[in-house]
Design a binder for this molecule. Structure first.
Ligand SMILES: [Zn+2]
Length: 349
């Protein structure tokens, strides 16, 4: 692995912000110069079939996403009308992104820290991967719940969770996002900044379905951290006190440095919700035994009290276990094990 990952991210905030502006300008200019790299919507109506290059893994397996998929998506969005407000949650971004991009983010992108929050726009700095010509990248989130959080009478720190877990729009200044993902984010109505109405004409057949690049993934993962929530809470507080939603909060150097240290110690692996459940279940071997023992004890106690029959107690326990199963607090295997143990103990008792 390259040394870059070991290096702490030292950010000069002023320089970082001027870099953001310079890159945005360069992006606008290259867009004009590189207009021939994208297909217009009109061209797509013809025989062009670049849609095949898009691959989706929404169902866990890679499959080509067709123009028909996108048409269906657009029709559904139109049918929903105003109900389709757009935005996506950080968790959804992680859950719908293919394993390859997550693996790249886990291996190469180690830091993501907030640098500026003005209005609902949160600027985030991340380190860059080994193949990048840049040393860092900038992700911008539009925090759609921010105005509601500022208007709420609840404590800023409590509302920060509502903001970080709520719908967001997003963009990144890397090539992956600019050339591949901005179009998808536009169709999905979760793009931040400039919408991209033209289909990406890209010769790379590995064009994959994802909601975010590796930088966006790391930023989404960290959005749920104490550092980000504290930053958002400060902004909520500041906007309330100044009665001005454009009041900016800018990170101190200390903020990003502290984050490096803390991030180095904390769990950093980006996992989908599904993987989290599987991991919890794997760790839960002991828990199953403990739950079984407790449930058996309870069933016997209730039966002994003779207020309810053993069968009634079993039934009540079964209902509790079913509730846990429905909430995915336990796996179907754990449920089966516990029920088997309970039924055999009932026969014995
Ligand atoms: Zn990126």
């Amino acid at each position: 692995m390259a040394d870059h990952k070991k290096q702490a991210l030292r950010v000069d905030i002023t320089r970082a912000l001027s870099t953001v502006r310079a890159r945005a300008k360069a992006e606008r200019e290259s867009r004009v110069a590189g207009a021939s790299r994208t297909l217009s919507v009109d061209e797509l109506a013809g025989d062009y079939d670049f849609a095949r290059l898009l691959v989706t893994t929404l169902d866990g397996k890679s499959r080509p996403i067709t123009q028909k998929d996108l048409d269906v998506f657009r029709r559904n969005a139109a049918a929903l009308g105003r109900k389709f407000k757009g935005g996506i949650t950080a968790r959804q971004v992680i859950d719908t992104t293919i394993p390859a991009i997550r693996a790249r983010s886990n291996a190469q992108i180690h830091t993501a820290a907030p640098i500026k929050l003005v209005g609902s726009d949160l600027q985030v700095v991340t380190n860059a991967g080994p193949d990048s010509g840049h040393s860092r990248h900038f992700v911008t989130f539009g925090l759609l719940n921010m105005p509601a959080a500022v208007a709420s009478p609840k404590r800023p720190i409590d509302m920060a969770r509502f903001v970080s877990g709520g719908p967001i729009t997003l963009e990144c200044d890397c090539e992956d996002f600019r050339f591949r993902l901005r179009y998808i984010a536009t169709i999905g109505k979760f793009v931040h900044g400039r919408p991209e109405p033209a289909y990406p004409r890209f010769t790379n057949p590995r064009l994959v379905y994802a909601c975010g690049c590796k930088h966006v993934l790391r930023a989404c993962h960290n959005l749920d951290s104490g550092l980000f929530r504290g930053f958002i809470a400060t902004a909520i507080d500041r906007q309330r006190k100044t009665l001005n939603e454009r009041t900016a909060v800018i990170a101190s150097k200390r903020d990003t440095r502290e984050h490096d240290d803390r991030a180095a110690r904390s769990a950093k692996v980006i996992r989908t919700t599904e993987e989290r459940i599987v991991n919890a279940a794997k760790r839960g071997g002991k828990v199953v035994a403990a739950v079984t023992a407790a449930a058996e004890k309870l069933a016997k106690k209730q039966a002994a009290k003779a207020k309810r029959s053993a069968a009634g107690a079993l039934k009540a326990t079964e209902q509790t276990m079913q509730k846990l199963l429905a909430q995915r607090a336990i796996t179907p295997e754990a449920y089966a094990q516990v029920m088997k143990a309970l039924k055999s103990s009932e026969v014995k008792g």
